[in-house]
Design a protein around this ligand. Structure first.
Ligand SMILES: [Zn+2]
Length: 61
């Protein structure tokens, strides 16, 4: 007999989203390309960041 999925299991399968407790907007996870100049050499780093209203101006410049 097939085991019935619990409601919790179904809820977990739903789109994973986080909401910022400060501003209440959904946090978008993006990869931020950052350029750093070290000793005259440009290095690019790909950093995954969560963006919400609190820091979107800062992140998107
Ligand atoms: Zn926020």
């Amino acid at each position: 007999m097939a085991k019935k999925q619990s409601f919790a299991d179904k809820a977990n399968k739903k789109k994973h989203s986080e909401t910022c407790p400060v501003c209440g907007t959904e946090i978008a996870h993006i990869k931020l390309m950052k350029a750093e100049n070290r000793d005259g050499n440009w290095r690019f780093t790909n950093k995954p960041v969560g963006v919400c209203k609190c820091n979107e101006a800062e992140v998107y410049g």
